[in-house]
Design a protein around this ligand. Structure first.
Ligand SMILES: *Cc1c(COP(=O)(O)O)cnc(C)c1O
Length: 392
């Protein structure tokens, strides 16, 4: 039988065909009026997609490059920062801030859980310069409450900057960047915006620009002030990933096209799409006898599922690949073998969800030996979809 290759991974995610065509056609030089027009259009669209009046910059790098930029540009050696960590990407903030000589305080939550606000309040010090966190911790598929944490900072530590890795949060959760006071919000191209890896984007507040005037850590390729100056002229400091930028423009057009050309409404629809697919996936997998790894604060970006005690999630990953040519993600680090993760961010639709659950019924039965009745996972997802359709 034909087996179509399908990505269900939380980055890279499936590519939008219109973006692939735009990338293939992007045979333009970056110091030309054609490129400047494209770059300025995409930067303006990104502001709407992120939902901010702040500057939005585009960098040619993976998401971690923008994470590094938000450490090197905002801090000086010896600065005290607070990292909120509940998984592998939180640990990346801790490693990065240490690499740039910061004095790092940690507020931790166990894998699969989110933070307690009192714990964050207690970890804030009068001299905490920056709080670094994820909006969604992709390694555990947990959603953190950025709004509540931003509000807490405004009350308890109004001088402290807030930097949010929204790399899988953008396009799967709602943000009010300016209202909540997020100083830097970071996104990545291989996630909800449906294009390949290689671009990172970030919004930067006036407070963050002011902090950069005083910060002393070294920076060269990721010098955000230099990028801001160049972006104002429709250029980037170095050779940008031209084809990816053309693809991003096409993808943002597609997202706007989902709501009659209104990108803000299209972004809201994209978030709703991820949320409904995530809820349907959770219901389907629970009906098949799986336990959710993050039951109290599940992300819409991805779902993490624990396999029953004594079973190996690598078997599920392998069986989906060999039998159905579909790729899901294993657990990272010490979660490998214990959980598997399926993405909902970007170019996934309801039929993808139903197909995934249909395949999982075979695997739960044949590979894991669970007592599955065919249709039981799919039916649970259909109920969620029908309820969501009735509401909208
Ligand atoms: C994918 C991802 C990143 C970025 O990783 P890169 O490999 O550098 O693109 C960072 N944070 C989160 C939460 C992610 O999901």
């Amino acid at each position: 039988m034909i087996r179509k290759t399908r990505l269900f991974t939380p980055g890279p995610t499936p590519l939008l065909p219109a973006a692939q065509f735009a990338m293939a056609a992007a045979d333009i030089h970056h110091r030309t009026p054609e490129f400047r027009a494209l770059f300025q259009r995409v930067l303006a669209q990104l502001k709407v997609f992120v939902g901010t009046q702040n500057d939005v910059l585009l960098l040619s790098c993976s998401g971690t490059g923008a994470m590094e930029a938000s450490v090197s540009n905002l801090t000086s050696p010896g600065d005290r920062v607070l990292v909120l960590t509940a998984g592998k990407f939180g640990e990346r903030w801790a490693d990065l801030t240490k690499a740039f000589g910061c004095q790092v305080d940690l507020a931790k939550a166990p894998y699969g859980q989110t933070f307690d606000l009192d714990q964050i309040r207690a970890a804030l010090k009068p001299d905490t310069r920056v709080v670094y966190m994820q909006a969604t911790e992709t390694s555990t598929a947990v959603r953190h409450d950025v709004e509540a944490i931003a509000k807490l900072l405004k009350e308890a530590a109004p001088q402290t900057l807030l930097v949010v890795d929204g790399i899988t949060g953008l396009g799967t959760t709602h943000f009010d960047v300016d209202g909540w006071g997020i100083d830097i919000l970071i996104g990545g191209s291989q996630k909800a915006v449906m294009i390949p890896p290689g671009l990172a984007y970030l919004s930067v507040s006036e407070r963050a620009w002011a902090a950069m005037e005083k910060s002393k850590n070294p920076r060269y390729y990721f010098d955000l002030r230099k990028e801001r100056k160049n972006a104002a002229k429709g250029e980037s400091a170095y050779t940008p990933a031209v084809a990816l930028i053309a693809g991003l423009g096409a993808a943002l057009d597609y997202i706007a096209g989902q709501a009659g050309g209104d990108l803000e409404k299209g972004r809201i629809a994209l978030v709703d799409n991820a949320q409904v697919n995530a809820a349907a996936t959770r219901a389907g997998l629970v009906a098949l006898g799986f336990a959710l790894f993050a039951p109290t604060a599940p992300a819409a970006a991805a779902t993490a599922v624990a396999v029953p005690e004594g079973m190996d999630s690598s078997e599920v990953v392998k069986a989906l690949k060999t039998r159905f040519a579909s790729v899901i993600a294993n657990g990272q680090g010490e979660m490998k073998g214990k959980i598997f993760r399926i993405a909902h961010l970007g170019f996934f639709d309801y039929l993808d969800t139903v197909a995934f659950l249909g395949a999982m019924e075979h695997i739960a039965k044949d590979t894991l030996g669970l007592p599955v009745v065919y249709g039981q996972g799919v039916a649970a997802a259909q109920k969620v979809f029908a309820q969501a359709a009735a509401r909208s």
